[in-house]
Design a protein. Structure first.
Length: 318
Protein backbone atom coordinates (compact mmCIF):
# COMPACT_ATOMS: atom_id res chain seq x y z
CA UNK A 1 0.00 0.00 0.00
CA UNK A 2 1.30 3.44 -0.96
CA UNK A 3 0.33 5.88 1.79
CA UNK A 4 0.56 8.93 -0.48
CA UNK A 5 -3.21 9.40 -0.48
CA UNK A 6 -3.12 9.47 3.35
CA UNK A 7 -0.77 12.45 3.52
CA UNK A 8 -1.80 15.52 5.52
CA UNK A 9 0.16 18.71 6.20
CA UNK A 10 0.95 20.83 9.23
CA UNK A 11 2.63 24.22 9.54
CA UNK A 12 3.17 26.93 6.96
CA UNK A 13 5.84 29.36 5.80
CA UNK A 14 8.74 27.05 6.66
CA UNK A 15 12.04 27.38 4.84
CA UNK A 16 13.90 24.15 4.09
CA UNK A 17 12.48 22.27 7.13
CA UNK A 18 15.09 19.52 6.75
CA UNK A 19 14.87 17.95 10.21
CA UNK A 20 11.81 17.31 12.36
CA UNK A 21 11.63 15.93 15.91
CA UNK A 22 8.64 15.15 18.12
CA UNK A 23 8.80 15.43 21.91
CA UNK A 24 6.68 13.62 24.56
CA UNK A 25 4.07 16.42 24.45
CA UNK A 26 3.71 15.88 20.68
CA UNK A 27 5.34 19.24 19.96
CA UNK A 28 7.14 19.34 16.64
CA UNK A 29 10.65 20.83 16.62
CA UNK A 30 11.68 21.79 13.09
CA UNK A 31 14.93 23.18 11.70
CA UNK A 32 14.26 26.24 9.55
CA UNK A 33 16.73 27.91 7.19
CA UNK A 34 15.34 31.30 8.15
CA UNK A 35 17.81 30.90 11.00
CA UNK A 36 16.28 29.01 13.89
CA UNK A 37 13.94 26.31 15.14
CA UNK A 38 10.17 26.36 14.68
CA UNK A 39 7.94 24.66 17.24
CA UNK A 40 4.39 23.56 16.53
CA UNK A 41 2.57 22.69 19.74
CA UNK A 42 -0.24 20.17 20.14
CA UNK A 43 -2.64 23.11 20.63
CA UNK A 44 -1.72 24.51 17.22
CA UNK A 45 0.25 27.39 18.71
CA UNK A 46 3.66 28.01 17.14
CA UNK A 47 6.84 29.86 17.95
CA UNK A 48 10.11 30.50 16.17
CA UNK A 49 13.36 30.61 18.12
CA UNK A 50 16.43 32.17 16.56
CA UNK A 51 19.70 33.36 18.11
CA UNK A 52 19.21 36.58 20.05
CA UNK A 53 22.74 37.80 19.29
CA UNK A 54 22.19 38.13 15.55
CA UNK A 55 24.16 35.02 14.60
CA UNK A 56 22.75 33.67 11.35
CA UNK A 57 22.74 29.95 11.92
CA UNK A 58 21.83 27.63 9.05
CA UNK A 59 20.13 24.76 10.92
CA UNK A 60 20.14 21.32 9.38
CA UNK A 61 20.05 18.57 12.00
CA UNK A 62 18.97 18.97 15.60
CA UNK A 63 18.35 17.07 18.80
CA UNK A 64 16.85 18.07 22.14
CA UNK A 65 19.77 18.56 24.55
CA UNK A 66 17.90 19.33 27.78
CA UNK A 67 14.63 20.82 29.00
CA UNK A 68 15.43 24.23 27.54
CA UNK A 69 17.83 23.84 24.62
CA UNK A 70 18.70 22.05 21.40
CA UNK A 71 21.92 21.04 19.75
CA UNK A 72 21.80 22.31 16.17
CA UNK A 73 24.17 21.58 13.29
CA UNK A 74 25.31 24.56 11.21
CA UNK A 75 25.22 23.97 7.45
CA UNK A 76 26.58 27.23 6.11
CA UNK A 77 28.19 27.37 2.67
CA UNK A 78 31.70 27.27 4.10
CA UNK A 79 31.46 26.80 7.88
CA UNK A 80 29.94 24.23 10.19
CA UNK A 81 29.91 22.98 13.74
CA UNK A 82 27.33 22.27 16.41
CA UNK A 83 25.68 24.99 18.47
CA UNK A 84 23.64 24.91 21.65
CA UNK A 85 20.52 27.01 21.07
CA UNK A 86 18.32 27.76 24.05
CA UNK A 87 14.55 27.93 23.83
CA UNK A 88 15.05 31.58 24.89
CA UNK A 89 17.36 32.33 21.94
CA UNK A 90 20.65 32.18 23.84
CA UNK A 91 23.26 30.53 21.63
CA UNK A 92 26.78 29.28 22.24
CA UNK A 93 29.23 27.10 20.32
CA UNK A 94 29.16 23.46 21.38
CA UNK A 95 31.68 22.00 18.92
CA UNK A 96 33.46 24.01 16.23
CA UNK A 97 36.81 22.28 15.87
CA UNK A 98 38.43 18.87 15.95
CA UNK A 99 41.92 19.51 17.20
CA UNK A 100 43.05 22.68 15.46
CA UNK A 101 40.87 22.18 12.38
CA UNK A 102 37.44 23.80 11.96
CA UNK A 103 34.58 21.41 11.26
CA UNK A 104 33.19 21.74 7.71
CA UNK A 105 29.48 22.38 7.06
CA UNK A 106 27.77 19.92 9.39
CA UNK A 107 24.86 17.63 8.64
CA UNK A 108 23.38 15.89 11.66
CA UNK A 109 23.56 15.39 15.44
CA UNK A 110 22.19 12.34 17.27
CA UNK A 111 21.77 11.72 21.01
CA UNK A 112 21.88 8.02 21.89
CA UNK A 113 20.58 5.86 24.74
CA UNK A 114 23.94 5.96 26.56
CA UNK A 115 24.13 9.76 26.57
CA UNK A 116 26.67 9.93 23.75
CA UNK A 117 26.44 12.47 20.94
CA UNK A 118 27.19 11.52 17.35
CA UNK A 119 27.77 14.14 14.64
CA UNK A 120 27.96 13.57 10.90
CA UNK A 121 29.83 15.65 8.34
CA UNK A 122 28.84 14.65 4.84
CA UNK A 123 31.94 15.87 3.03
CA UNK A 124 35.05 18.00 3.43
CA UNK A 125 34.54 19.49 -0.03
CA UNK A 126 33.44 23.11 -0.31
CA UNK A 127 31.11 23.78 -1.99
CA UNK A 128 29.35 20.58 -0.94
CA UNK A 129 27.85 20.11 -4.41
CA UNK A 130 31.27 18.82 -5.49
CA UNK A 131 30.55 15.67 -3.47
CA UNK A 132 27.18 14.89 -5.04
CA UNK A 133 28.47 11.98 -7.09
CA UNK A 134 29.31 8.29 -6.83
CA UNK A 135 32.95 9.05 -6.04
CA UNK A 136 32.22 10.83 -2.75
CA UNK A 137 34.26 9.20 0.03
CA UNK A 138 35.28 11.90 2.50
CA UNK A 139 32.37 12.02 4.95
CA UNK A 140 33.02 11.29 8.61
CA UNK A 141 31.44 10.74 12.02
CA UNK A 142 32.40 12.50 15.25
CA UNK A 143 31.71 11.04 18.69
CA UNK A 144 31.38 13.32 21.71
CA UNK A 145 31.70 11.17 24.82
CA UNK A 146 32.55 12.60 28.25
CA UNK A 147 33.05 15.94 26.52
CA UNK A 148 35.84 14.61 24.30
CA UNK A 149 35.17 14.94 20.56
CA UNK A 150 37.00 12.74 18.07
CA UNK A 151 36.55 11.36 14.57
CA UNK A 152 35.58 7.69 14.88
CA UNK A 153 34.75 6.82 11.25
CA UNK A 154 35.97 8.33 7.99
CA UNK A 155 35.84 7.74 4.25
CA UNK A 156 32.03 7.69 4.03
CA UNK A 157 29.98 8.32 0.89
CA UNK A 158 28.21 11.48 2.07
CA UNK A 159 27.47 10.71 5.73
CA UNK A 160 23.93 11.74 6.51
CA UNK A 161 21.62 10.86 9.41
CA UNK A 162 22.88 8.26 11.86
CA UNK A 163 21.12 6.26 14.56
CA UNK A 164 22.28 4.16 17.48
CA UNK A 165 20.28 0.93 17.52
CA UNK A 166 19.60 -0.24 21.11
CA UNK A 167 18.50 -3.67 19.87
CA UNK A 168 21.98 -4.64 18.69
CA UNK A 169 24.10 -1.80 20.17
CA UNK A 170 25.44 -0.76 16.74
CA UNK A 171 25.60 2.62 15.03
CA UNK A 172 23.96 2.91 11.62
CA UNK A 173 24.51 5.70 9.10
CA UNK A 174 22.99 6.62 5.76
CA UNK A 175 25.64 7.15 3.08
CA UNK A 176 23.49 9.14 0.69
CA UNK A 177 25.70 9.11 -2.39
CA UNK A 178 27.13 5.73 -1.47
CA UNK A 179 23.47 4.62 -1.74
CA UNK A 180 23.60 2.39 1.33
CA UNK A 181 23.01 2.06 5.07
CA UNK A 182 26.16 1.02 6.86
CA UNK A 183 26.48 -0.40 10.35
CA UNK A 184 29.39 -0.29 12.76
CA UNK A 185 30.24 -2.10 15.93
CA UNK A 186 31.22 0.33 18.67
CA UNK A 187 34.57 -0.43 20.25
CA UNK A 188 35.42 -0.05 23.90
CA UNK A 189 36.77 3.45 23.35
CA UNK A 190 33.95 4.49 21.03
CA UNK A 191 35.75 3.79 17.78
CA UNK A 192 33.54 2.51 14.96
CA UNK A 193 34.76 -0.85 13.69
CA UNK A 194 33.66 -3.84 11.59
CA UNK A 195 31.77 -1.81 9.00
CA UNK A 196 29.06 -3.74 7.18
CA UNK A 197 26.36 -2.83 4.68
CA UNK A 198 22.85 -3.39 6.02
CA UNK A 199 21.13 -2.53 2.75
CA UNK A 200 21.97 -1.00 -0.63
CA UNK A 201 19.62 1.22 -2.59
CA UNK A 202 18.52 1.10 -6.20
CA UNK A 203 17.48 3.40 -9.03
CA UNK A 204 16.40 6.81 -7.73
CA UNK A 205 16.95 5.88 -4.08
CA UNK A 206 19.25 8.14 -2.06
CA UNK A 207 18.94 7.53 1.71
CA UNK A 208 18.79 10.66 3.86
CA UNK A 209 16.60 10.49 7.01
CA UNK A 210 16.88 7.56 9.42
CA UNK A 211 14.90 6.43 12.45
CA UNK A 212 13.86 3.20 14.13
CA UNK A 213 10.52 1.58 14.87
CA UNK A 214 9.51 -0.43 17.94
CA UNK A 215 10.08 -3.71 16.07
CA UNK A 216 13.73 -2.94 15.32
CA UNK A 217 13.37 -1.93 11.67
CA UNK A 218 14.73 1.29 10.22
CA UNK A 219 12.64 3.84 8.39
CA UNK A 220 14.48 5.79 5.69
CA UNK A 221 13.56 8.80 3.61
CA UNK A 222 14.93 8.96 0.08
CA UNK A 223 15.44 12.39 -1.40
CA UNK A 224 14.55 12.90 -5.09
CA UNK A 225 12.26 9.84 -5.21
CA UNK A 226 10.23 10.97 -2.17
CA UNK A 227 10.19 7.46 -0.77
CA UNK A 228 9.76 6.20 2.76
CA UNK A 229 11.43 2.79 2.92
CA UNK A 230 11.28 0.38 5.85
CA UNK A 231 14.46 -1.67 6.17
CA UNK A 232 14.18 -4.87 8.18
CA UNK A 233 17.04 -6.14 10.38
CA UNK A 234 18.02 -8.58 7.61
CA UNK A 235 18.30 -5.72 5.08
CA UNK A 236 15.06 -6.46 3.25
CA UNK A 237 13.33 -3.28 2.06
CA UNK A 238 9.63 -2.39 2.04
CA UNK A 239 8.42 0.75 0.28
CA UNK A 240 5.83 2.43 2.52
CA UNK A 241 5.34 5.65 0.58
CA UNK A 242 6.41 7.01 -2.81
CA UNK A 243 5.83 10.22 -4.74
CA UNK A 244 8.29 10.05 -7.62
CA UNK A 245 8.59 10.89 -11.31
CA UNK A 246 10.62 8.54 -13.50
CA UNK A 247 11.70 11.20 -16.00
CA UNK A 248 13.03 13.38 -13.20
CA UNK A 249 14.79 10.41 -11.58
CA UNK A 250 16.41 9.52 -14.92
CA UNK A 251 17.93 13.02 -15.00
CA UNK A 252 19.08 12.71 -11.39
CA UNK A 253 20.67 9.30 -11.92
CA UNK A 254 22.40 10.34 -15.16
CA UNK A 255 23.88 13.46 -13.56
CA UNK A 256 24.85 11.49 -10.46
CA UNK A 257 26.68 8.85 -12.50
CA UNK A 258 28.37 11.49 -14.69
CA UNK A 259 29.44 13.61 -11.73
CA UNK A 260 27.52 16.75 -12.73
CA UNK A 261 24.53 16.72 -10.39
CA UNK A 262 23.68 20.37 -9.87
CA UNK A 263 21.37 22.42 -7.68
CA UNK A 264 19.08 23.40 -10.62
CA UNK A 265 18.64 19.73 -11.57
CA UNK A 266 17.93 18.68 -7.97
CA UNK A 267 15.52 21.53 -7.34
CA UNK A 268 13.49 20.87 -10.49
CA UNK A 269 11.53 18.27 -8.54
CA UNK A 270 8.55 16.55 -10.14
CA UNK A 271 6.04 15.14 -7.64
CA UNK A 272 2.39 15.20 -6.61
CA UNK A 273 2.54 16.18 -2.93
CA UNK A 274 5.98 15.72 -1.37
CA UNK A 275 8.87 18.15 -1.65
CA UNK A 276 12.10 16.17 -1.41
CA UNK A 277 11.56 14.44 1.95
CA UNK A 278 14.71 14.36 4.05
CA UNK A 279 13.92 13.19 7.58
CA UNK A 280 11.22 11.47 9.59
CA UNK A 281 10.03 11.22 13.16
CA UNK A 282 7.37 9.18 14.91
CA UNK A 283 4.84 11.03 17.04
CA UNK A 284 1.19 11.17 17.95
CA UNK A 285 -0.82 8.58 19.83
CA UNK A 286 1.24 5.44 20.40
CA UNK A 287 3.95 6.93 18.13
CA UNK A 288 2.05 5.86 15.02
CA UNK A 289 2.11 9.19 13.16
CA UNK A 290 5.10 9.76 10.87
CA UNK A 291 6.23 13.34 10.28
CA UNK A 292 8.42 14.14 7.28
CA UNK A 293 10.99 16.91 7.02
CA UNK A 294 11.84 18.14 3.52
CA UNK A 295 14.21 20.31 1.50
CA UNK A 296 11.86 22.15 -0.83
CA UNK A 297 8.52 22.51 0.96
CA UNK A 298 7.03 25.02 3.38
CA UNK A 299 5.06 22.50 5.45
CA UNK A 300 5.58 19.20 7.25
CA UNK A 301 3.81 16.22 5.68
CA UNK A 302 2.56 13.43 7.92
CA UNK A 303 0.59 10.19 7.81
CA UNK A 304 -0.40 7.39 10.18
CA UNK A 305 0.69 3.76 10.17
CA UNK A 306 -0.05 0.66 12.24
CA UNK A 307 3.60 0.21 13.26
CA UNK A 308 4.73 2.37 16.17
CA UNK A 309 8.02 4.17 16.44
CA UNK A 310 10.71 3.64 19.04
CA UNK A 311 10.65 6.23 21.81
CA UNK A 312 13.70 8.40 21.02
CA UNK A 313 16.62 8.64 23.41
CA UNK A 314 16.37 12.43 23.69
CA UNK A 315 12.97 12.10 25.38
CA UNK A 316 14.78 11.63 28.66
CA UNK A 317 16.19 15.13 28.16
CA UNK A 318 12.75 16.74 27.83
Amino acid sequence: MNYLNKIKFIGKGLNRPECVLVDPENTLHISDFQGGVKRIFESGKTDFVKPNNGFKIKPNGLTIFNKNSWLVTHLDDASGGVYKLGFDGEIEPYLLNIGDKPIPPTNYVHFDFHGRIWVTVSTRKIPRILSHNRYCDDGFIILIDDGKPRIVADGLGFANECFFNPFDEKLYVNETFGKKISSFDIGRNGELINKKILSSFEFGEFPDGLTLDSEGSFWVTSIFSNKVIRVLPNGEKQTILEDSNKKYLNLIEKAFQNGNLSRPIMNDLKSIKLKNISSLAFGGKELKDIYLGCLLGQQIAYFSHNISGLEPAFWKNC
